[in-house]
Design a protein around this ligand. Sequence first.
Ligand code: PMP
Length: 281
Amino acid sequence: MNILLNNKIVPRESFTVDLEDRGFQFGDGIYEVIQIYDGVFFEWEAHLERLVRSAKELMLPLPAAINTLYQNLQLLVKDSKVTNGTVYIQVTRGTAPRFHAFPQKTEPTLVAYVREMERPLEQMRSGIKVVTAEDIRWLRVDIKSLNLLGNVLAKQKAVEQGGAEAILIRDGIVTEGSSSNLFSIKGKQCFTHPANHLILNGITRQVVLRLLKNTDLILQETPFTFDELLEMDEVFITNTGQEICPVIQVDEYKIGKGTPGVYTRLLQSAFEALLGSVISI
Ligand code: PMP
């Protein structure tokens, strides 16, 4: 397997993490994950725009212009021969003697690699059970940074309790999933947490906001509570790998009838149409 290291495609074995890489020591870096369908990146502009935003918010220089990065990623996908999967891109502030403040002179380290991945069709068809966890993350989770311990601990709790995702609750408010955004529907109202510093503004979330315009649902980007979540007719999560995935149970409580709801199905079909994919769910 080959990887992209800064501006070069090199064998995976030739890359090792430096002892004093700031990503390794401080989590001082950012990342993106882009889905590849039939050899084509889905929403690559939005993902790379978000990478640029994350870099800017952390005053982290990117080692290449975005167009160059995009071209390199295309070469990497071609080289990998993967047609369906994901590309993971990570940029750290680079290597310097350990000291919290930014080093004077450091070159950032960019790595990217491609993985073959199947779409989780069974979860998308049948829906998933989720487990709630306290949202203990820092207050700038709008930045897609490498600091994911709050997310890691929440997902671990979910897995230990037989859940497929952890739903995070901050001061009684449902923010998002440990690696997904959350939507809920009551009547014709569709709720999701506003895109502020308390959630990551998912690219799939943004796609769903566009798809909602073709339905009779009324979008409410307003916070809602855990108690309100339990009273919703439908709940679903969104992310790059799981697309639109119905939630049929939260902790021990069934959502609606405990099966994927009609609007969730409608949005899944609209998403599918967008992909122009031949795979039907
Ligand atoms: N929130 C969090 C915390 C995430 O980790 C992710 C996945 N990156 C998302 C939301 C969904 O983002 P996207 O749709 O861009 O994958």
